[in-house]
Design a protein around this ligand. Structure first.
Ligand code: NAD
Length: 487
């Protein structure tokens, strides 16, 4: 079987052979080759940053109006939309996403994000401050002025493996809408869809505005974090790598946007709509095999319903079809790689060793001889100080912890190094809102409220720095300048 192969990286509008050739991408469901990706050198990553700097300096993009940039981004969104169907099989082969997730969240979402930022590009970059008469000892006269939003310069977009194209589209869409130029560096394990996304966007934009580098090691990303030509690093990934990047960025005070890990609480009160809460808990547990930063992996259940609720979940897990993500009806696909599965298995072993009860799962499914699968796994009798309740596992593993009352639920939820997301289920709206306000997380969803693309998105504590999402992303990828004058 022939598989897609790309041996080139994109530097200054030219696709050039990667210095170190190619490396294999593996289909996580079959363990067969899914393609070959370019392995570039650190020097090529530096060259890509230099090309992005040259494109920024020549004004071919940064000097366009927001409307002009929006029109080109809209064209890119349309061209991507026309290619979407071709990209679904590739996406399943490299990410292991089940078909419905590949179609909607991995592929269609890319066109939606590009189109959204095409609209946001037209937001006015200037705001007049009303004149004020100052008569203090330090300042006298009429103060009037403009707040001007300007691009930051060159943005390195470093992305994780779980939603490769969607995550990249959110970053380049926002960065480009503001007038920045970009260098894209996807996760090594599944970069082939991102190659196609960059090909499409580059074909519409002036040369050098979008650059693409890729390689199996950390050196390519590291080169971008140290390059003097990179002004901002937009990073989504683990907190451990985010910390390293933040340190590298500090040397030149590079701007950073950090979207990091999570260990989110999913709080179920006894008065919640039980059916909806179970369905939602199942969804956040198994969606993309738990490889999602916002997963509610710490299930906090009011003590009076804890046994019944967790028994219901364990029973429901048995009905989930695990298998080849291409097969209709399969809801749980593989983890992305052997390394990711090994990591998840280590956490499961740790949970057992620490005395948590394995209520279901915990093993590789017996009927699947190949692929990096793990059964949906539920730990009960978990204490919040156990490793499985503290560390992000990034697999289909949740831990259920009982709580006595509202105050204890809030205390347990907030007793975490992370602060990305939270879920609250209660029939008492006033209480649900009180709890939502008390949670130290960037987002809280009450009673299954859907995600909102206009809302700010990001983490408190070690889940990140800054906010993405809608117009908040436009602020994140911009510098603000005040121009004051006096009559
Ligand atoms: P990762 O941190 O291992 O890698 C992310 C990216 O950083 C990859 O492109 C990788 O090659 C690159 N990288 C690694 N070392 C580097 C270095 N020293 N310098 C520069 N770049 C480097 O993350 P992952 O395993 O690909 O993804 C899973 C993680 O992503 C989870 O922690 C998850 O929570 C997080 N994530 C967060 C969000 C969010 O919005 N908060 C969204 C999706 C995923």
């Amino acid at each position: 079987m022939t598989v897609p192969a790309c041996g080139d990286v994109l530097i200054g509008g030219h696709w050039v052979a990667a210095d170190k050739g190619t490396y294999q991408i593996t289909d996580p469901a079959t363990e067969e080759p899914a393609g070959h990706a370019p392995a570039c050198s650190a020097a090529q990553a530096m060259a890509a940053a230099g090309a992005a700097r040259a494109a920024w300096d020549n004004g071919s993009w940064s000097a366009l109006s927001g409307q002009e940039r929006g029109a080109l981004l809209r064209k890119a969104a349309e061209q991507f939309k026309a290619r979407m169907n071709d990209l679904v099989d590739l996406t399943i082969a490299e990410t292991g996403a089940v078909r419905p997730v590949a179609v909607s969240q991995q592929v269609a979402a890319v066109a939606v994000r590009l189109a959204k930022f095409a609209d946001l590009a037209a937001l006015s970059p200037e705001e007049a401050l009303p004149p004020r008469e100052l008569a203090g000892p330090g300042a006298r006269g009429i103060a009037a002025g403009l707040v001007v939003r300007e691009p930051i310069g060159v943005v390195a977009c470093i992305t994780p493996f779980n939603f490769p194209m969607t995550n990249c589209a959110g970053k380049i869409g926002a960065a480009l809408a503001c007038g920045n130029t970009v260098v894209v560096k996807p996760a090594p394990v599944d970069p082939l869809g991102v190659v196609e996304l960059c090909r499409i966007v580059d074909s519409v934009l002036p040369p050098g505005v979008v650059n693409f580098v890729c390689g199996p090691g950390a050196d390519v990303g590291e080169a971008l974090t140290t390059s003097p030509n990179v002004d901002m690093i937009s990073f989504t990934g683990s907190t451990a790598v985010g910390r390293q990047i933040q340190q590298a960025a500090a040397a030149r005070m590079k701007r950073t946007l950090m979207e990091l890990g999570g260990k989110s609480a999913n709080i179920i009160f006894a008065d919640a709509d039980r059916n909806k809460a179970v369905a939602n808990a199942m969804q956040v547990w198994t969606f993309h095999s738990g490889q999602i930063c916002i997963a509610g992996t710490r299930l906090l259940v009011e003590a009076s319903i804890y046994d019944e609720f967790t028994a219901g979940l364990a029973k429901a897990a048995a009905s989930l079809t695990i298998g080849d993500p291409r097969e209709p009806g399969v809801v749980v696909g593989p983890l992305v790689s052997a390394a990711q599965r090994a990591r998840v298995e280590q956490f499961i072993a740790q949970g057992i060793a620490d005395g948590a009860t394995l209520a279901c799962g915990g093993k590789r499914p017996a009927h699947l001889r190949r692929g990096y699968f793990i059964e949906p796994t539920l730990f009960t009798n978990v204490r919040n100080d156990m490793t499985v309740a503290r560390e992000e596992i990034f697999g289909p593993v949740i831990t259920a912890i009982p709580f006595r009352d509202e105050a204890e639920a809030i205390a347990i939820a907030n007793d975490s190094d992370y602060g990305l997301y939270g879920y609250v289920w209660s029939g008492d709206t006033a209480r649900a809102l009180r709890v939502a306000r008390a949670l130290r997380t960037g987002t809280v969803q009450i009673n299954g409220s859907p995600m909102n693309a206009d809302a700010p998105f990001g983490g408190y504590k070690q889940s990140g720095l800054g906010r993405d999402g809608g117009r908040y992303a436009i602020e994140a990828y911009s510098e603000l300048k005040y121009i004051g004058w006096t009559a």
